[in-house]
Design a protein around this ligand. Sequence first.
Ligand SMILES: [Zn+2]
Length: 200
Amino acid sequence: MLESGLNRIRSFDSQGLFLYYRAPMSEQAQDLYLPRAVEPRKLATAQAAFERSIRASDLPRLAELSLSIDKVDVKLQFDRNDQGRPELQGSIAACVQLECQRCLESMSLNIERDFLLGIVWDEAQANALPKHIEPWIVGEDETDLIEIVEEEILLNIPVVARHDEDCLNPDLLSVGEIDEEISEPKENPFSVLAGLKGKH
Ligand SMILES: [Zn+2]
């Protein structure tokens, strides 16, 4: 996955065809998935766009926090802003199953997240970014695109996952809805009669 992604990017780059990185239908299945190793500044210059999925097996930190990862789809647009600073604009649509910390059953979490990353060289540049732009510090070398997307997803995972509804011990919680005669039983006159009959 890693190598094929790299080769693909290099070949696109060398052909100067790097305008729109969306695979035609006839491409291999691997092109449905987001490449891992990229050079973000080159992608920004080329205004590269991706509309891809990420495999659960490529998201180890998310997998550790989840019972299962149902889907992770991303749309990414690399670009340069008016000052030439490279940026990555993205949106994530994901669904994972988490363990509810109240009832310990699974619960679905749908994640819809938009983000804007400013691609910078160092901490100083990161601090100089406008508040609404998150820094993505990237050096000269190829960097991990899936890892940065995974970090964005992790921001949406609650520290303590719980069902929205009252899920703990439904038998106890449903008592309030049951007829009062059952929750506060009185002696049934017929059963008293039956008891008397039995004694004769
Ligand atoms: Zn629950």
